[in-house]
Design a protein around this ligand. Sequence first.
Ligand code: ARG
Length: 281
Amino acid sequence: MTSVAPLHVESASPRWSPRRFVMCRPDYFDVTYSINPWMNPAEPVDRSRAIEQWELLRTIYADYGHTVEVVPGVPGLPDMVFAANGGLIIGERAISARFTHPERAAEGPAYHRWFARLGLSGLVAAAEVNEGEGDFLLVGDRLLAGMGFRSSPSAHAEVSRHFGLPVVSLELVDPRFYHLDTVLLPLGGRTIAYYPPAFSQASRAILAELYPDAITATEADAVVLGLNGVCDGHTVFLSSRATDLHEALCVRGYHPVGIEMSELLKAGGSVKCCTLEIHDR
Ligand code: ARG
């Protein structure tokens, strides 16, 4: 088990800011169906280990000065631990998810009910297929949005209208990387890390133009879902297995903190999938 790294919050770069995260404890986590190439129902899942890994992630967030709010899991919804997919919350506006696969459909209303308790003035349920922060990532003043496997192009338009923000649509082409957050990691609002081969040629050209100083991840890091991380402006929380990315982040002055997420990886998820951010603007 990875131990908690020493804290440097007070000496962190000025870009650091405290975050508000939503997580769902994997009390009902399992792999009972397969909706992505990572999921093999024949391979056993150690739920208590999944809970341990999840608890460590939650503790680390708190140790680094972030708030974590916990959504109760629902029996029969084994993927609900992946809170990032529950929707998108920016300031007073929020949208709850509408899932692609029937196996996850009931998670949309479950997250919607929980969001309703936040008392936001602009909460709606998605009309189009929308898998939340799995496919919609806020980078500065724009949203990057994935399509090809889950969230639909019409969801991109719906999100842009609802939040009043520009949305850049990006096409995913490799089924192992079915959500945008499996291959693209926002780094503090100005730049990103990403894995170019997961995108269509046209989308790669867009990303290269928007983020000329981006970190491009290696295949070794992509295949352990190393890009499925969370950055608070200074510290980057990510899989401990993504060793090239750890090094590249250090070179750029970020502080990577590695977490072992082996059990959640069996469902195709890692750190970011378990984390929905309540963006304060
Ligand atoms: N088993 C889940 C699915 O295929 C994993 C979701 C991972 N979440 C994410 N934000 N990428 O839908």
